[in-house]
Design a protein around this ligand. Structure first.
Ligand code: CP
Length: 430
């Protein structure tokens, strides 16, 4: 097998769109056996899958015509050409993806997991330099894109804030972008104005990634969010088609929810509840785009009403830095996602997400810390997934995804098995 059995099985379940229970039944094995085959190779309970199962799964996938479907798309060229925008290898919006291409990206992200979990190293981007240009505050996006590039063997040059860039001296986006293109091999850009990253991209032929353009989009965040939902659902035995997703908070200015709602709409028959304070509703143009794909959208100004029966609660921070006329400083207490409301409205297998940062200051009433020890809280599994997904984005945009598998070597150091003190027993397991 050219990929690990974990990547192979996860890919097969995604292509067949089957839960673990149904997939185990389909191939005639116990769920427990399947679970052990899906564990990372280094873990204690990992078991090697018999060769006959490999052949049988391949046969099922072939019989469903799914290999053919993927082969047809492969004939039209590498993934970076199929997701290209304006003929260039750049990631500006989730609109560049279809369900097939997003799942192909996730197959590459699965291959990156041993590197992200510090079991393997790779040097496929050796010699390449990333320019991280962040004109707005960031911890996760800037550092995780940088770490992802380094873990593939590349190096990173950073600039943070307008004050320390020559834009403070009046330099244009065009000039900045063209100058940087002579120094680096790819750029990740965050900028406070919607559409500004696309302007950077027009001035260069090197790959550009939108790391957040004002209240516009945050495509890599939405990709890691969707990857997290699919991974969590796989563990819980659920399918995304037909699920109920509650998006909560500042849906007007929150770019992560703009990208996520559009990306989720590539799946089938979802119910979305959009729960926001008055005046911070999801823009109509995004709701219209999603409605035309046949999903149910309900708006609510009540957390209690909007969370009832949700499979996913996705909370967001009030984006005060983007407010013009609005007065709101933080959420009112009845808008806070906390353990009491989650217990009251949802079941034991709901997942609670947030793109982070959450505003922990008094009066902000952002996602409560009283869920920190609750295994339903997926926020740190979500941030951890930023690394394999962003590695996959770079591998695709720079055209090295087919080299990764054979480039892997064992690490020489020993990282802790659980990197956070509150990590759930299953954190990092599948
Ligand atoms: N989620 C996110 O974009 O976080 P940062 O602002 O820290 O990059």
């Amino acid at each position: 097998m050219s990929v690990s059995q974990q990547v192979f099985l996860r890919d097969a379940m995604r292509r067949l769109n089957l839960t673990r229970d149904v997939f185990a039944g389909r191939i005639g094995v116990k769920r427990r056996a399947l679970d052990t085959w899906l564990l990372p190779e280094g873990s204690q309970e990992f078991r090697a899958m018999p060769e006959v199962v490999n052949r049988f799964v391949t046969e099922i996938v072939e019989n469903e015509g799914l290999l053919q479907k993927y082969a047809q798309s492969a004939q039209t060229g590498p993934l970076r050409n199929r997701i290209a925008a304006e003929g260039k290898h750049q990631l500006l919006s989730v609109d560049q993806f279809s369900r097939e291409s997003v799942e192909e990206l996730f197959r590459i992200a699965d291959q990156m997991q041993p590197i992200a979990r510090r079991q393997k190293v790779s040097r496929v981007l050796e010699g390449a330099v990333l320019g991280n240009l962040f004109f707005e505050a960031s911890t996760r996006t800037r550092v995780s894109f940088g770490a992802a590039f380094c873990r593939l063997g590349g190096s990173v040059c950073d600039t943070t804030g307008f004050t320390f860039s020559s834009m403070a001296k009046g330099e244009s986006i065009y000039d900045t972008s063209r100058v940087m293109s002579g120094y680096v091999d790819a750029m990740v850009i965050r900028h406070p104005e919607k559409g500004s990253v696309a302007e950077f991209a027009r001035a260069t032929n090197i790959p550009v990634v939108n790391g957040g353009d004002g209240p516009g989009e945050h495509p890599s965040q939405a990709l890691l969010d969707l990857y997290t939902i699919l991974t969590e659902f796989s563990r819980l035995g659920k399918l995304l088609d037909g699920a109920h997703i509650a998006l909560v908070g500042d849906l007007k200015y929150g770019r992560t929810v703009h990208s996520l709602l559009k990306l989720l709409s590539l799946y089938r028959g979802l119910k979305f509840t959009l729960v926001s304070p008055r005046g911070l509703e999801m823009p109509d143009y995004i709701q219209d785009q999603v409605s035309t794909r046949g999903h149910v959208i309900e708006q609510s100004h009540s957390l209690e009403q909007g969370l009832q029966g949700a499979d996913v609660i996705y909370a967001t921070r009030v984006q005060k830095e983007r407010f013009a006329a609005e007065e709101l400083e933080g959420y009112t207490p009845d808008f806070q996602v906390n353990k009491a409301i989650v217990d009251q409205c949802c079941g034991p297998d709901v997942i609670v997400m947030h793109p982070l940062p959450r505003d922990s200051r008094e009066g902000a009433n952002d996602l409560s810390v009283d869920l920190n020890h609750d295994p339903r809280l997926a926020i740190f599994r979500q941030t951890d997934n930023g690394i394999p997904v962003r590695m996959a984005i770079f591998a695709v945009l720079l055209g090295v995804e087919s080299l990764v598998q054979h480039s892997l070597r064992d690490v020489t150091w020993s990282p802790p098995t659980h990197i956070g003190p509150d990590d759930s027993i299953f954190h990092g397991m599948d």
